[in-house]
Design a protein around this ligand. Structure first.
Ligand code: HEM
Length: 303
């Protein structure tokens, strides 16, 4: 049976509702708790309009509020872990677009039952993890992928993926499924074991905020387009790297609005992965469609 938002949030939090509400007030976010907000702008690629009818991207430059975070509930997690997450609010004149992304191109669950089991079992330590390896092939594939992923040296030297699929309206009337990916303009830079040993547990925030005083952190945003044989509604299934990618524009994080209240209060609200402008719609992916109700439930519990 499908899981309710309350059950999903309990599973992410690791405790039942009443306890979770109290914990949520202290922890702020129930997941990706360790993070910080900054700001910048989005510069659309004018050529996108040759293919897609998305008026939002006709604007010259659109303000961005960004939050960079680690995985999990621990406010004191070490930056030496491999997970890197980027959330963006891009607020245009009339419409807004949010992104809530991860550095893993594959997700660990293809439906809510698997998501619930994953969240519950990872909190049971080695035994729970072994259960997932033995019983949930999508969780095993995710663990296997994560083992090959070294920690990046900077939030700015990491790729980010939307993971879920969205439906894009083409100028010719077609609706094309696609997935978001962000490629760091300064390239992917990972840390070696020796470099890691020399670093303190907290370095990512200072590194990014120092870096952007010199030069913005930049990512090219692409839509990877599906072919008819590709699985649209399952974020555990990767599409071949050879699929056509369209350049949507560039994300520039420069801290220019870090003193404004929208930036300073960015982690009091939520980022909504289905807040989309005209011309983009969510796919039927059950994971995607469970996210915003869960984020709202989590938001309510931390008030
Ligand atoms: C059924 C699917 C999912 C559920 C139930 C879920 C649940 C949650 C919850 C409870 C939070 C904390 C919200 C808050 O207190 O504000 C959260 C935050 C977050 N989730 Fe998910 N999640 C799901 C899927 C995903 C996926 C597929 C991704 C990555 C592509 C993702 C990335 C994030 C990030 C980056 C945040 C932190 C947002 C921020 O910086 O404010 N989640 N999620």
């Amino acid at each position: 049976a499908d899981k309710s938002s309350a059950e999903l949030v309990d599973a992410v939090n690791g405790t039942r509702d009443t306890v979770s509400r109290e914990a949520g007030k202290k922890a702020k976010l129930r997941n990706h708790a360790k993070g910080f907000c900054t700001s910048g702008s989005f510069v659309p690629n004018p050529k996108l309009q040759n293919t897609f009818a998305i008026p939002f991207f006709k604007q010259a430059e659109i303000p961005i509020t960004a939050r960079f975070s680690l995985g999990g509930r621990n406010l004191h997690a070490s930056d030496k872990s491999v997970g890197r997450f980027m959330s963006l609010k891009i607020d245009g004149d009339k419409e807004s677009l949010n992104f809530v992304t991860t550095n893993s191109p594959i997700f660990f669950a293809s439906n809510l039952e698997e998501f619930f089991n994953f969240q519950t079992k990872v909190k049971q330590g080695a035994e729970g993890k072994q259960w997932l390896v033995d019983n949930q092939p999508n969780a095993k594939a995710f663990f296997d992928f994560i083992k090959t992923l070294p920690p990046s040296a900077s939030f700015a030297n990491s790729r980010y993926f939307g993971v879920n699929s969205f439906l894009f309206s083409a100028n010719n009337g077609d609706v094309k499924p696609g997935r978001w990916s962000f490629e760091p303009v300064d390239g992917v830079v990972n840390l070696s074991q020796t470099q890691l040993e020399k670093l303190p547990n907290n370095f990512l925030k200072d590194e990014l905020l120092t870096r952007i005083q010199q030069k913005p952190a930049a990512w090219d945003l692409y839509i990877q387009l599906a072919e008819p044989s590709d699985e649209i509604n399952d974020p555990t299934v990767l599409w071949p790297e050879t699929r056509q990618r369209l350049l949507v524009g560039q994300v520039l994080i420069d801290g220019s609005r870090d003193n404004e209240s929208t930036t300073m209060l960015c982690d009091r609200g939520i980022f909504n992965p289905v807040l989309l402008p005209k011309g983009i719609k969510p796919s039927a992916d059950p994971i995607l469609n469970a996210r915003t109700p869960a984020y709202i439930e989590s938001f309510i519990r931390r008030q």
